[in-house]
Design a protein around this ligand. Structure first.
Ligand SMILES: Nc1ncnc2c1ncn2[C@@H]1O[C@H](COP(=O)(O)OP(=O)(O)OP(=O)(O)O)[C@@H](O)[C@H]1O
Length: 287
């Protein structure tokens, strides 16, 4: 079965930045987390997918069909939440409903009201009185209420407190229970992705460094902590990335159990997504 979203060679050139032939896919019924440092190209990737910027190269396929300028109808199947609200501040959730019901063929009033209730959002208050978290919740409620198949979220959980983030993550997990639904979400809150993502695509300097199953990263990758003399004994083929901090080396390896068998007296920790990102961004990448 083809993935819900397939991105091939997506390229965008700005004067000081190039999003460089990005390819990855979002399989059905999954959540893909897009990670990377500030300026890595995450928003540019999401905008390129949504045709909000002119691509210099590449194709984007939704359910196998190319998403082109003349297929704007396909965008109905995509729910979008970007950091920062795009509704006018004088609108209320009730007015947004009227506008959205006219704009989307599959708008579902009941779903929208259920989310307003679940997120404790007043229907008749102007958005300008809302906190950042309330605005984010409203964007999510609206995005989920026109029956999208794919949700594209750019930092959608930033600005929400941990309790509300947890609730929203449950909503996302619920959404992908339907195998014809998927989510592509960028986030700096990697612990959120550790909770919900099935795959992690890592962007660095406009290039995809890896696109892997989250469980492989969490359960197989490891970090060897060792001294300079121990470092010299390591087979460099085993090292993905490494970084020296004062007198200690942190070394990322793809298989911590294999490393533990090979390097018996070494300390080897589990790697978090943050650890992996830091080593790739701030360390030396060997393979
Ligand atoms: N309209 C534009 N014109 C010129 N350069 C741009 C434009 N939009 C983005 N860029 C550049 O593209 C690069 C990637 O930006 P992008 O917003 O995609 O990064 P990001 O990974 O989403 O970062 P952050 O985590 O800070 O949101 C940055 O160097 C940015 O300055």
């Amino acid at each position: 079965m083809e993935p819900i979203l397939q991105v091939e060679n997506l390229t965008k050139q700005y004067p000081d930045f190039t999003l460089d032939h990005i390819s990855f896919s979002v399989p059905r019924g999954t959540i893909v987390g897009l990670i990377g440092e500030n300026g890595a190209g995450k928003s540019t990737t999401l905008k390129g997918i949504l045709d909000l910027i002119r691509k210099d190269d590449g194709t984007v396929r939704l359910f196998g069909e190319e998403l082109t300028e003349d297929r704007k109808d396909m965008k109905e199947d995509i729910g979008v939440v970007f950091d920062g609200i795009h509704f006018h501040e004088s609108l209320t959730p009730a007015k947004i409903e009227k506008i959205s019901a006219a704009a989307y063929k599959k708008w579902n009033t009941q779903t929208y009201h259920d989310y307003l209730k679940q997120f404790a959002l007043p229907a008749d208050k102007e958005i300008k009185t809302f906190s950042k978290g309330m605005k984010m919740k409203l964007s999510i409620a609206a995005a989920l209420s026109h029956d999208p198949k794919l949700l594209i979220l750019d930092e959608a959980t930033s600005g929400l407190d941990p309790v509300m983030r947890d609730d929203i993550l449950d909503v996302f997990l619920d959404f992908v229970q339907d195998e014809n639904h998927s989510i592509l979400m960028s986030s700096h809150i990697t612990t959120d992705l550790e909770k919900v993502a099935d795959y992690i695509a890592f962007l660095h300097n406009g290039k995809i460094i890896f696109d892997k199953e989250k469980d492989e990263l969490i359960y197989r990758y490891g970090i060897i902590r060792c001294s300079s003399s121990q470092f010299e004994k390591l087979d460099k083929e085993d090292i993905l990335a490494c970084r020296k901090k004062d007198y200690q080396w942190d070394i990322l390896v793809a298989d911590r159990e294999k490393a533990a068998r090979r390097y018996k007296d070494f300390v080897i920790d589990n790697a978090t997504i943050d650890d992996i990102l830091l080593l790739y961004v701030k360390g030396d990448v060997l393979s």
